[in-house]
Design a protein around this ligand. Sequence first.
Ligand SMILES: [Zn+2]
Length: 40
Amino acid sequence: MATRQSTTTTTYHSCSCGEQFETTEKLLEHAREAHGLSVF
Ligand SMILES: [Zn+2]
């Protein structure tokens, strides 16, 4: 398998509710306030 993900380097962290965040910190912050979770 020589398939590499060279197209997209920026990974967006998607919450289970559909929200997307650029960084993990924002995702975690949202998860805490919105869902009461610390880590997915
Ligand atoms: Zn969410």
